[in-house]
Ligand binder design. Structure first.
Ligand code: UDP
Ligand code: MG
Length: 247
């Protein structure tokens, strides 16, 4: 299977769930970024079953602009599912991920891409320098990051940063499950020889729309997922071929 994303070196996956108020600014920001991207890039919106007019805005944007594509879910399935679908439908050499709320700048994807190539890594993840979220949200992240680092040994400072670049072949091999978007560094490390780099990026307050994640919907899941990760790590399959005759 392939699609139009294979004409590009980079596909920027943007999960969208009820982000109607952000769509115009999102389109403009991405339009500014595309000619500046160090890799020939396109955008892939993944509408996660929005109940507002996000999908209408997405369709309009993709009609107006050449390098914009979209897929849309029947029903809301959550950020991990949107990310998985984005990876499934991307056929460029690299995929990037950024949120629709513009709390990070797509221009910083160039920093991640440069670092990924310099260190020859499977993935580059952002670290939100001077994070512009509420004190309570930052505290939750601090505790969650500390606990997850202890359980997984992934060393990730800010795994929730919504700015990442991955080699598509490594991304397609990730074991994907609900909540996995918080475990990408740990999951990448399962792959034989795969490493990741962390790069400071800018962060901005959410100016429009509402945050969908809060304490109660990200407390229990990630706690349990750490145990699931440890089990998965002990069972993960890696193999290398010595030879074969398929060509
Ligand atoms: N999102 C999604 N499906 C959902 C919830 C959120 O695709 O069920 C998207 C949302 O539109 C945004 C990103 O995931 O682009 C992160 O969500 P949000 O900004 O609400 O989370 P926060 O940054 O506050 O943790
Ligand atoms: Mg956000």
């Amino acid at each position: 299977m392939s699609n139009k994303t294979s004409d590009y070196e980079l596909t920027v996956i943007v999960p969208v769930y009820n982000e109607e108020e952000n769509m115009v600014r999102l389109e403009n920001t991405l339009l500014e970024f595309l000619p500046l991207s160090i890799k020939k890039a396109c955008v892939l919106f993944v509408d996660d079953g929005s109940g507002d007019r996000s999908l209408v805005r997405i369709r309009e944007c993709c009609t107006r602009n050449e390098d914009f594509f979209y897929i849309s879910f029947e029903k809301n399935r959550g950020l991990s599912a949107a990310l998985k679908a984005g990876i499934d439908y991307s056929f460029s050499k690299f995929v990037a991920y950024m949120d629709a709320d513009l709390q990070t700048a797509p221009a910083d994807l160039n920093l991640l891409m440069a670092e990924l190539e310099k260190k020859d890594c499977a993935m580059a993840v952002g670290i939100r320098a001077r994070r512009k979220d509420s004190f309570f949200k930052k505290l939750q992240s601090k505790i969650a990051n500390g606990y997850r680092r202890m359980m997984t040994g992934d060393g990730a400072i800010d795994t929730g940063c919504p700015l990442k670049v991955l080699r598509t072949d490594a991304a397609k091999k990730l074991p994907l499950f609900k909540g996995m978007h918080r475990f990408l560094p740990a999951l990448i490390m399962l792959q034989d020889g795969a490493e990741y780099v962390q790069v400071p990026v800018r962060h901005f307050p959410r100016e429009a729309g509402k945050s969908k994640y809060h304490l109660w919907n990200r407390l229990w899941g990630p706690f349990i997922d750490c145990f699931a990760y440890r089990w998965m790590r002990s069972r993960y399959i890696n193999y290398r071929l010595k030879e074969g005759n398929l060509r």
